[in-house]
Design a protein around this ligand. Structure first.
Ligand SMILES: Cc1ncc(COP(=O)(O)O)c(C=O)c1O
Length: 300
C-alpha cells in the first residue's frame, strides 16, 4: 500500500567549492518533499504500522507526542488518508485542541487528542503502562512516540533502495533513533553512517542498541551494523528544541544559497554537522556523501 508517493523525494545535488570542501559529491535525499504533513522520515516510519493496523483490522492508531510533535501530525494525516481513526496522547494536561496550530490541525484531521500529565507521559514506554493503554483502547494499534518500533525501522531500512549504490557517507539527524537504526540495519558494507543527535548528552549507540536488540537478537549482527556508525554529539545547540543565531543564520544561508529548506530542531543541526565535518576532511579522492532530509518543516 502506497498512500504517499516517495518518488517525490528527489536527490538534490548541492554544489560545493572544491577548495573548501575537497572532492565531494553532496546529495540531499529530499524526503521532506514526500508530503507537507507526512514528511521526511514520518511516512517511512508509519507505512508498515498503518499496514499492520489494517491487517489486524484495528479501528486506528494510538500514539504519543508533545504539543509540537511532527509525528502526531503525520499520524493524524496518514490515518485520515488511510481511513483509520487516530488517538494522540499529548504531553501536558494544561493543553487543549486549540493550544497551537499543530494540535489544531491534528484535531481537524480527526485525531482525538487526550492530554495527559507529564508523569503519565514519562511512562509511555513502560510495559505495564502500555498494557493498560492497550486494555483501554483494544481497537487501536499502539505505536510508540516517533513511530519508533520494528515497523518504523523496517520502513526506514527500505530507503536504501532509493539511494545510489556508491554512497560513501550517509548523514542523518537523530531523535528516537528509529530512522538511524533502520538505516544501520540495511547499511551497505562500504557506507559509513553518521548520526547527529538533536538531544544533549544523548548516548546514541546505547539507544540504538536498545532499539535494535529485541529485533536483531544476534549481538554480533548489532555490533556489526553499528561498527560503521559515527556519532557527532556536539551539534545539539544547547539541547532538544534549542537553537541560537548561528544556527538560524546557517539555515537562512542554506535556503538562499543551496535552495535547501531546513528546520531548526533536527535537520538544520545535522546539516550543520555535515558541513563542519566536510571542511575537516578535505577529501582528495572523490566521495559521495548523502544527507537524508528527514522533514520537520511543518512545525517551522
Ligand atoms: C524532522 C525530524 N528529523 C529527524 C527525526 C529523528 O528521527 P528518529 O526519531 O527516528 O531518530 C525526527 C523525529 O522523528 C524528526 O521529526
Amino acid at each position: 500500500m502506497e498512500l504517499f508517493d516517495t518518488s517525490k523525494s528527489i536527490l538534490q545535488e548541492i554544489k560545493l567549492d572544491e577548495a573548501t570542501f575537497g572532492k565531494v559529491k553532496l546529495l540531499v535525499k529530499r524526503d521532506d518533499l514526500i508530503h507537507p504533513e507526512v514528511s521526511g522520515n514520518k511516512w517511512r516510519k508509519l507505512k508498515y504500522n498503518i499496514e499492520l493496523a489494517q491487517f489486524q483490522k484495528k479501528d486506528g492508531i494510538l500514539t504519543f507526542g508533545g504539543a509540537y510533535s511532527n509525528h502526531l501530525l503525520a499520524t493524524a494525516s496518514a490515518c485520515n488518508r488511510a481511513g483509520l481513526k487516530s488517538i494522540g496522547l499529548v504531553r501536558g494536561e494544561e493543553l487543549n485542541t486549540s493550544s497551537n496550530e499543530n494540535l489544531k490541525r491534528c484535531s481537524e484531521l480527526g485525531m482525538e487528542l487526550k492530554f495527559i500529565s507529564r508523569a503519565e507521559y514519562d511512562d509511555r514506554n513502560d510495559k505495564i503502562a502500555q498494557e493498560a493503554w492497550k486494555e483501554e483502547y483494544p481497537f487501536y494499534l499502539l505505536v510508540p512516540e516517533g513511530g519508533s518500533n520494528f515497523y518504523g525501522m523496517a520502513g526506514c531500512q527500505e530507503l536504501w533502495k532509493e539511494l545510489p549504490d556508491e554512497v560513501d557517507h550517509l548523514f542523518v539527524a537523530q531523535g528516537t533513533t528509529a530512522t538511524s537504526c533502520g538505516l544501520a540495519a540495511g547499511r551497505k558494507e562500504h557506507t559509513c553512517m553518521h548520526v547527529v543527535p538533536a538531544l544533549k548528552g544523548f548516548d546514541a549507540l546505547r539507544e540504538m542498541r536498545k532499539l535494535l536488540f529485541p529485533f536483531l537478537v544476534d549481538p554480533d549482527a548489532i555490533e556489526e551494523s553499528l561498527s560503521r556508525v559515527e556519532v557527532h554529539p556536539d551539534f545539539h545547540f544547547g539541547g532538544y528544541g534549542k537553537w541560537n543565531e548561528e544556527l538560524l543564520d546557517f539555515i537562512r544561508f542554506c535556503e538562499q544559497t543551496y535552495d535547501l529548506p531546513l528546520d531548526k530542531v533536527y535537520t538544520g543541526k545535522a546539516f550543520f554537522a555535515l558541513i563542519e565535518w566536510l571542511k575537516l576532511q578535505q577529501f582528495q579522492t572523490p566521495q559521495t556523501v548523502v544527507f537524508l532530509h528527514t522533514g520537520g518543516l511543518a512545525n517551522g
